[in-house]
Design a binder for this molecule. Structure first.
Ligand code: C5P
Length: 218
């Protein structure tokens, strides 16, 4: 069978994982959430009291872990993680360790290995520019900061969690700034990626749009 790889990148809260998961399901491809790998690594570093600035130790930790992606979570060396890696603290910690070249080398290699064995829809920050530069379709998903913060706010409220819209906006802006300005594989639209703005469009509409683009390539 011909290999088929879809790369979806974009800033925090643009709807990447929801869209990527649905596209993968509809096309029978495997969904790979690369952000979950950075989050799980950050969670484990904090759990093991490894200072987040200690690149050598965090890189060694990354090398020692086996990451297995599941439909709603990830396991590291057999330990299943889901909601515990979705907190604001872990979002910030993941962005901190994602700046390190050593960490990126290890995780990018693991991501490429996953994509060698199967057809995937992979989402992240550097999939189109760095992890899968030869992907069949590259999408850069974005939305206004107001819209992204509002979606996060509604998600948290729906789960019965406390949420502050201005605080969410601040956290998203800080994380995007850090991801955009880092030295290694920053958040950036690939030259051959298609920009889709989800601000005034529903998730269902975006999914249909991407499915059509995929069918044109299959
Ligand atoms: O996508 P998600 O918000 O779960 O990603 C968490 C963090 O992991 C991002 O803010 C970013 O710093 C990092 N990340 C990355 N490269 C990827 C995916 C995520 O640097 N491919």
């Amino acid at each position: 069978m011909k290999r088929f790889l879809v790369a979806i990148d974009g800033p925090a809260g643009a709807g990447k994982s929801t869209v990527a998961r649905q596209v993968a399901k509809r096309l029978g491809l495997v969904y790979i959430d690369t952000g979950a790998m950075y989050r799980a690594l950050a969670w484990k570093a904090l759990r093991d009291n490894i200072p987040l600035q200690d690149e050598e130790s965090v890189t060694r930790l990354a090398e020692s872990l086996t990451f297995t992606l599941h439909p709603k979570g990830i396991s590291i060396n057999g330990q299943y993680l889901s909601h515990e890696i979705r907190t604001p603290e872990i979002s910030a910690a993941a962005s901190t360790i994602a700046r390190m070249l050593g960490v990126r080398r290890v995780l990018v290699n693991k991501q490429r290995e996953i994509a060698e064995k199967q057809n995937v829809v992979m989402d992240g920050r550097d999939i189109g520019t760095n992890v899968l530069p030869h992907a069949d379709l590259k999408i850069f998903l974005t939305a206004s900061i107001e819209e992204r913060a509002k979606r996060r706010y509604n998600e948290m409220k729906a789960k019965g969690l406390p949420a502050d819209l201005e605080q969410l906006k601040k956290e998203i802006r800080e994380r995007d700034d850090q991801d955009r300005t880092r030295e290694h594989a920053p958040l950036k639209q690939a030259d051959d990626a298609l920009l889709l703005d989800t601000t005034h469009r529903s998730i269902a509409e975006i999914v249909e749009n991407i499915l059509q683009l995929c069918r044109n390539k299959l």
